[in-house]
Design a protein around this ligand. Structure first.
Ligand SMILES: NC(=O)C1=CN([C@@H]2O[C@H](COP(=O)(O)OP(=O)(O)OC[C@H]3O[C@@H](n4cnc5c(N)ncnc54)[C@H](O)[C@@H]3O)[C@@H](O)[C@H]2O)C=CC1
Ligand SMILES: O=C1[C@@H](O)[C@H](O)[C@@H](O)[C@H](O)[C@H]1O
Length: 336
């Protein structure tokens, strides 16, 4: 049994605690930590009566009963917890983004490589979504030729006023950055952002919507509409256009209802419902891999590649120019 300690008991933290407690085989949440007492208590209540509560992440990490750690704090707080958990040699599941800057990601890579053990899996759950997996299979089959273009939309119904323009990259588009790189098996080399007219539902610190453009080494062009106050639903789409056909990701199936001379189909309203099965699958696979002592999912290196792409997009948000993307180091042999 993997005894998991969860750091960060906000919305996503509690969702993972519920998953680990109710739907994951072979894992148990034995401790939680949150700097806000009330949230730590809420997290522990989801886990069950014998769950320990800590205020400081370090105390949870150093608890000998805890042999694996979930880091579900906001992105800016990931680095500190990651470095402590690596030092303690604990198996780690860290929510996206790995860190909010590429420099911080390099520090984490350095620490993991020096530890000599593969410890970290990143929460890029879309790699476990049935629809994306079907698209990947179709590309791999070779029946449709080489991918040329990828059209994506990442629409959220709304975001709070703490959500600003760079977060459209770090918090939201980071999912396409990772999943498209994984789908087409190619690295990004440049980034650009187009800023359309701003929706009346935005606020002074947020340019919404945005069109993010990425180009890969092999010349594949990706356009990603990020629209986080679209109002109508949580709407994730992806179409890969290849030389001999176009592959559109299926969305979860809902019935088409005919009423009042109109036909309507449900669109999900949040990521927790849309990616429910993908989150379950990523966590179950991380638990299963513990027995084999491997990290089978997205690694720290994937987190770094996503971070350099995100940094280029954030630069492009203000420069309006095409920004280059280049890793500062060669991929360490450790991750090959
Ligand atoms: N994969 C996905 O689709 C999603 C991933 N996330 C990721 O999950 C993480 C958390 O997001 P939310 O739960 O939405 O945020 P949140 O703000 O609701 O919760 C974060 C929690 O961490 C606690 N916290 C902050 N710093 C801490 C520290 N140093 N030690 C202990 N506790 C600390 C806060 O008190 C808060 O309770 C983020 O990395 C976010 O990007 C969030 C939503 C969906
Ligand atoms: O990760 C997530 C959130 O943090 C983010 O804020 C949303 O835009 C994403 O759709 C969701 O998957």
């Amino acid at each position: 049994m993997l005894n998991v300690g969860v750091i960060g008991c906000g919305g996503m933290g509690r969702d993972h605690i519920k998953r680990l407690t109710e739907r994951t085989q072979g894992a148990k949440v034995v401790a939680v930590a949150d700097m806000v007492d009330e949230l730590a208590k809420k997290g522990a209540a989801v886990a069950g009566v014998d769950c320990k509560i800590y205020k400081d992440a370090i105390d949870l990490i150093n608890d000998p009963e805890v042999n694996a750690v979930f880091i579900i704090t906001p992105g800016f707080a990931h680095k500190a917890a990651l470095l402590l958990a690596i030092k303690a040699g604990k198996r780690i599941f860290c929510e996206k983004p790995l860190c909010t800057t590429a420099e911080d990601c390099l520090e984490v890579i350095d620490a993991e490589v020096k530890s000599g053990k593969h410890l970290i899996q990143l929460g890029f759950m879309r790699r476990y979504d049935k629809g994306y997996l079907q698209v990947k299979e179709a590309i791999k089959s070779g029946h449709y030729g080489e991918p040329l273009m990828v059209h994506c939309t990442h629409r959220n119904p709304e975001v709070g006023t703490n959500y600003d323009t760079p977060m459209a990259v770090h918090d939201t588009a980071i999912h396409e950055i990772d999943v498209i790189h994984w789908l087409v098996g190619d690295d990004f080399v440049s980034a650009q952002v187009l800023m359309p007219r701003v929706t009346k539902y935005s606020h002074s610190k947020l340019q919404d919507p945005q069109i993010m453009l990425l180009r890969t080494k092999n010349g594949i062009c990706v356009d990603n509409e990020v629209f986080v106050n679209c109002k109508f639903g949580y709407d994730i789409n992806c179409e890969v256009v290849c030389e001999d056909g176009a592959i559109k990701m299926p969305n979860p199936a809902y019935p088409s209802i005919r009423k009042n001379a109109a036909a309507a189909t449900t669109i999900d309203t949040d990521c927790f419902v849309r990616f429910h099965d993908a989150y379950d699958a990523e966590v179950q696979s991380w638990v299963n891999d513990a027995e084999k002592n491997i990290i089978g999912g997205p690694t720290t290196w994937d987190g770094y590649l996503a971070a350099i792409t995100a940094d280029a997009l954030v630069r492009a948000q203000t420069s309006g120019a095409i920004e280059k993307i280049k890793p500062a180091i060669e991929k360490p042999g450790f991750y090959k």
